[in-house]
Design a binder for this molecule. Structure first.
Ligand SMILES: N[C@@H](CCC(=O)N[C@@H](CS)C(=O)NCC(=O)O)C(=O)O
Length: 248
């Protein structure tokens, strides 16, 4: 049996949901509501000791880390292939997924947290907030929650994150000028990783991703949105997109 613990089809949850859907694999969906802090519940921390989504459980074996979940899914369910067969092309594809995990996603995440977390926690009393923080297993995450809740990321750090997002988009734009999909002629886990970060970006309307600045990304995004697996994954959404506070 295959079970996926995930939140909305966005970011790292989207990455693994999309991989399963592309392969047509049935899975038991466990919705972990980040707005209710369910990822930090003692029951969920037993599944993923980092207190983060997604997590895959296959016949009792737990796999964490979205990119590694996708590699595992590909190993166990190789059809249809989402990795190039050629070892060099496969290595290049993995450079993309590593780039997303280490460079693109952390920058985007800091910008997102700066906007989203404060409205999520401001109804809590100080005691309630502290009780939520105390359940977070990783110190780094406790620190990030506190900083985001008080919107105290230094402006310099936010500017640098925005710069990194733009560098990421330019790099993806260039790749798409050279081939139909991000890691070459075939659709792969590289497209899934990048799209998981970029899916809502055209809607932000903040000048980062649009027809003038990133036409290839926009064309690729439209092609992604037409994929049946993408449509099925978004149909699993339970909440409307959070309203972004553009002033933050
Ligand atoms: N490296 C991890 C990152 C997972 C991650 O950051 N998940 C976010 C959602 S996209 C999360 O659970 N955030 C809630 C929290 O940290 O409290 C992966 O790729 O799976």
């Amino acid at each position: 049996m295959l079970e996926l613990y995930h939140f909305e089809p966005g970011a790292n949850s989207l990455k693994s949901m999309l991989c399963l859907k592309e392969k047509g694999i049935d899975f038991v969906s466990h919705y972990v509501d980040l707005h209710e802090f369910e990822q930090h519940s003692p029951e969920y921390v037993k599944v993923n000791p980092n207190g983060q989504v997604p997590a895959l459980v296959h016949d009792g074996a737990v796999i964490c880390e979205s990119t590694l979940i996708n590699e595992y899914i590909e190993d166990v369910f190789p059809e249809p292939p989402l990795r190039p067969a050629d070892p060099v092309a496969r290595a290049h594809m993995r450079v993309w997924t590593k780039f997303v995990d280490e460079y693109f996603c952390p920058a985007l995440s800091t910008l997102g947290w700066n906007r989203i977390i404060k409205p999520m926690v401001e109804h809590l009393s100080e005691e309630e907030f502290e009780a939520k923080i105390a359940r977070i297993p990783l110190k780094e995450q406790r620190d990030k929650w506190r900083t985001a809740a008080s919107r105290s990321f230094p402006q310099e750090q936010l500017d640098d994150c925005q710069r990194r997002v733009e560098v990421s988009l330019q790099r993806i734009e260039k790749a798409l000028e050279e081939s139909q999909w991000i890691a070459g002629p075939d659709y792969s886990l590289a497209d899934i990783s990048c799209f998981s970060m970029m899916a809502p970006m055209p809607m932000f309307n903040d000048g980062t991703m649009n027809n003038e600045k990133t036409p290839q990304c926009m064309d690729w995004h439209a092609r992604m949105m037409e994929r049946p697996a993408v449509k099925e994954t978004f149909a699993m959404s339970k909440r409307p997109m959070p309203v972004l506070d553009k002033s933050a």
